[in-house]
Design a protein around this ligand. Structure first.
Ligand code: ATP
Ligand code: MG
Length: 392
């Protein structure tokens, strides 16, 4: 018996002239992932991507889970394929379906006929296959309103497909369909989640990480690269640009009022990130703040931070509680890495009394004590790039 994976994408994002473009993108994403799981034939028809194992060695369980992480895919189902006649379908249902019903008490059959030349209509197919299942399984009954399991029979172009149970896909839009963004990636919980959320909306990610060696360690940087690897499982390959803020921080400590350190540092981060974004063709910066979470994330502080740049800053966590952000980070498997206790450049030289309602004019008075542009330029001179290859 041949088993395949059927991936359906959201119709809404696939309207009109863009449809083929999106579909090709989704197929490419599937093909990239399939490489890790063996030989598969991947093709599309009728708003579905079909993934078919080409030999016994192909890891269909692994591929199924990988397909669920592709943005733009709404549902993923496994199905057995057979010839388009009722005998073959009944035989397949008898062999394939009982395993899915082992722990269930009720089921219903839903049929769909996109090949209208098929002899029975949907109702007739459902009725007949329902009978086959009742004959093949003990202690099970039909419940058309609230079944434990829905068995699906679809008569499609290439054959008949029998499935039981669909799983949710990753949703969103195909990565790359909505431009490129530069993620400011720290070692914390929030910024990997922010990156995931924008990748989900189709934004291809690049990342910048600021270090402050020797105040921050090599291990802190490794942790950030590990986080980038975990985000890449969803978002695809990520270039992580690493920039040293050491000299800027030392200059801030020497010349500026302590209460303003964090705000000033954040303005440097944004300005440097904006320069990288322009070089790398990224149309927005992405950060992980949530309003009110810490002193530098009050509305006024965010205003001061943003006024250092002129490109949009996307903050998808802005309205989420910490608990909600943690929930997403657990789901995408970044949480355990994020909580490893290494220092971040923001946690060295932190003011005892940071300004929570900063006044931009006063911040600028402090900022003008240093040559902002020259320090940005110098920091950019320390940039080097780690290319993270996605391991699906
Ligand atoms: P996170 O959990 O993402 O570190 P946080 O709650 O610790 O966030 P801050 O330290 O104020 O918040 O940082 C706010 C945002 O600034 C981060 O979400 C991230 O986007 C960016 N950021 C902070 N530190 C760095 C860094 N060292 N390198 C790159 N970006 C950073
Ligand atoms: Mg942080």
């Amino acid at each position: 018996m041949k088993e395949i994976i059927l991936c359906k994408y959201g119709e809404i994002v696939l309207k009109g002239a863009n449809k083929k473009y999106f579909e090709d993108m989704l197929c490419r994403e599937m093909k990239k992932r399939a490489k890790s799981y063996g030989s598969f034939d991947i093709y599309r028809a009728q708003s579905t991507i079909y993934i078919e194992a080409l030999d016994e060695a192909a890891d269909i369980d692994g591929m199924f889970e990988a397909a669920r992480r592709v943005f733009g895919i709404v549902t993923v189902a496994r199905a057995a394929v057979c010839e388009k006649n009722m005998d073959a379908i009944a035989e397949t249902v008898r062999n394939y379906i009982p395993a899915f019903l082992k722990n269930s008490r009720t089921f219903k059959v839903e049929s769909k006929r996109s090949d209208k030349s098929f002899t029975l209509d949907s109702m007739e197919i459902s009725r007949e296959i329902g009978g086959v299942i009742l004959g093949a399984c003990n202690n099970i009954r039909v419940d058309v309103h609230n079944p434990d399991v829905t068995v699906k029979v679809e008569i499609r172009e290439f054959g008949a497909y029998v499935s039981a149970g669909v799983s949710k896909g990753a949703g969103g839009m195909p990565v790359g369909s909505n431009g490129r963004g530069l993620l400011l990636l720290s070692g914390g919980i929030d910024s990997p989640v922010a990156g995931y959320m924008l990748a989900k909306r189709g934004v291809k990610l690049e990342a910048v990480h600021f270090e402050s060696f020797p105040y921050t360690s090599e291990r802190a940087k490794e942790k950030v690269l590990d986080l980038a690897r975990l985000v890449a499982v969803y978002a695809g390959d990520i270039n992580v640009h690493i920039v040293s803020l050491t000299h800027i921080q030392e200059e801030l400590v020497k010349h500026c009022e302590e209460d303003y350190f964090t705000l000033l540092l954040r303005r440097y981060m944004m300005a440097i990130a904006e320069r990288i974004a322009k070089q790398r063709d990224c149309g927005a910066l992405i950060t992980g703040e949530s309003v009110g979470q810490v002193a530098s994330q009050t509305m006024q502080a965010l205003g001061v931070t943003d006024s250092a740049v002129s490109i949009p800053v996307f903050r998808p966590c802005i309205g989420l509680d910490k608990e909600e952000i943690v929930q997403i980070s657990r789901k995408i498997n970044t949480f355990e890495t994020s909580i490893l206790p290494y220092e971040d450049c923001c946690t060295v030289f932190t003011p005892k009394h940071p300004k929570t309602r900063p006044d931009l004019e006063k911040v600028l008075v402090q900022e003008r004590k240093l040559d902002f542009d020259a320090l940005v330029e110098e920091a950019l001179g320390t940039l080097y790039t780690e290319h993270i290859v996605a391991e699906y």
